[in-house]
Design a protein around this ligand. Structure first.
Ligand SMILES: [Zn+2]
Length: 443
């Protein structure tokens, strides 16, 4: 547990952040950035080390630098300021009132991502007060609009406009958390890589005609055939450095009937991969690139042969699979040159962060000292966080928090979002020690 004064400071910043409505339609992120800046200034951080600015006046980000000796490149600590919308009538409590009840903190953003934001600021203030001398600068960035809904993503904006402020050797971010079950801590997860997203449009055009005179060459039938073939297809099952480490750790802690199979997956057994992928959608998605039809359009009248039929196919791609590979594979699976396949929107492909032993060792040591016996599990996640922007910019990013959530009751983005009171303070200590270790090079 942190000293009482540091607990109180983290609590107060957390409460202040949660009570600012920073969702895309209901508010701005600037008040969060300003609240953080005020806390830092009150703790003696000079104006010259604090930056508040963003894509527009409502979408400010905060960047603050705590100076080290300069022996190594900086470490960046990232968290986002915005939250997913929450409506009072959907919740049992007011989502923008920070409430402590029955051992939990309630409010929108208490898990995603204002706990980490508050802890980064509180801990930075504590380093300064403790006179901690790191070997590298510690940079904290609290950023706008991670949750989507607009063009104001803060880390994207900082990379494009103020790279110097956030340039670093590596970054810590959300995306990995502790898993518990029935009150028992199962694992402390570290997110090392993410799948990336490609949307493809499958489109068939046809001259059409009167529906009373049908011909076999029909746009809807071409598309339906293509989608039917896609539904029968699976990308090859495989593991990479991160996912084989994940399955190795899961094999140690999984209580279910797949223990032995998970261990064999880690060793590369294709047969075990088949079994495991068939057992759970999440394991399937960990073992392969997936592509699935998500939207349809077609036809223009009840009594006309269709001139257009189209579908959106949403792919979640393993970091090591290229865009070209996925597109040419789809083309082969569809096997119909009337079906045109094009990419919709932008593709944000970033490399996986390397499984750096220094990072994983530090996480392991901090985890062991706080929660002896709890394993650290490296993860590749299916969703996407701001880590994707940093990885694309060449800054390896690791999702690690040390906040534990019940794996059967994850409430991020949902109603009555909550965080265990004890878990919040334990996470504060964990991140304090972890960053301290990582900011010392040991040379
Ligand atoms: Zn988040």
């Amino acid at each position: 547990m942190p000293p009482a004064a540091d607990k109180q400071l983290a609590h107060d910043i957390y409460k202040e952040f949660v009570e600012i409505q920073s969702g895309f339609t209901t508010g701005a992120t600037t008040p969060v950035a300003e609240a953080a800046a005020a806390r830092l200034k009150a703790a003696g951080f000079p104006d010259s080390d604090i930056f508040v600015g963003g894509a527009n006046p409502k979408k400010a980000n905060l960047v603050v630098r705590y100076h080290g000796s300069g022996a190594a490149k900086p470490i960046l600590l990232l968290a986002h300021e915005d939250v997913v919308e929450a409506k009072r009538e959907d919740w049992s409590t007011d989502p923008f009132q920070f409430l402590e009840k029955d051992g939990y903190f309630y409010g929108r953003g208490v898990g995603d991502d204002k706990a980490q934001a508050a802890v980064w600021i509180a801990n930075l203030i504590r380093y300064k007060r403790d006179g901690f001398k790191p070997d590298r600068d510690i940079i904290v960035a609290l950023t706008a609009d991670e949750e989507g809904g607009g063009p104001f993503n803060g880390i994207d904006w900082l990379i494009k406009n103020h790279r110097d402020l956030i340039d670093s050797e590596l970054a810590l971010n959300e995306g990995g958390w502790g898993e518990s079950s029935a009150g028992k801590k199962i694992s402390n997860d570290v997110q090392v890589s993410e799948k990336y997203v490609i949307n493809f449009r499958l489109e068939v055009r046809n001259k059409g005609g009167h529906s009373s005179l049908p011909v076999p060459d029909n746009a809807i039938y071409h598309l339906a055939g293509a989608l039917e073939r896609l539904s029968q297809f699976g990308f090859p099952l495989k593991t990479n450095e991160v996912t084989s480490a994940y399955f190795r750790e899961m094999a140690k802690i999984d209580p279910g009937p797949f223990k032995a199979d998970l261990a064999q997956v880690a060793e590369g057994s294709k047969e075990a991969m088949q079994k495991v992928a068939a057992a759970a959608p999440a394991w399937n998605a960990t073992l392969r690139t997936t592509c699935v039809a998500t939207q349809l359009e077609g036809g223009h009248a009840m009594n006309a042969l269709p001139q257009l039929a189209a579908a959106n196919v949403n792919c979640r791609v393993l970091p090591e699979d290229s865009v070209e590979y996925v597109q040419s594979t789809l083309q082969k699976v569809v096997n119909d040159d009337q079906v045109k396949i094009t990419i919709t929107g932008e593709v944000g492909q970033g490399p996986a962060s390397a499984m750096r032993p220094d990072v994983l060792n530090a996480v392991q040591r901090a985890t062991e000292s706080e929660w002896p016996g709890v394993p650290v599990v490296p993860m590749m996640v299916m969703g996407a966080t701001d880590g994707e922007y940093l990885r694309q910019a060449g800054i390896p990013t690791y999702g690690v928090q040390g906040f534990f959530f019940d794996r059967e009751d994850i409430r991020f983005h949902g109603r009555d979002e909550r965080m265990g009171v004890q878990s919040f303070y334990e996470g504060q200590t964990f991140l304090y020690e972890l960053v301290k270790m990582m900011a010392k090079t040991g040379k």
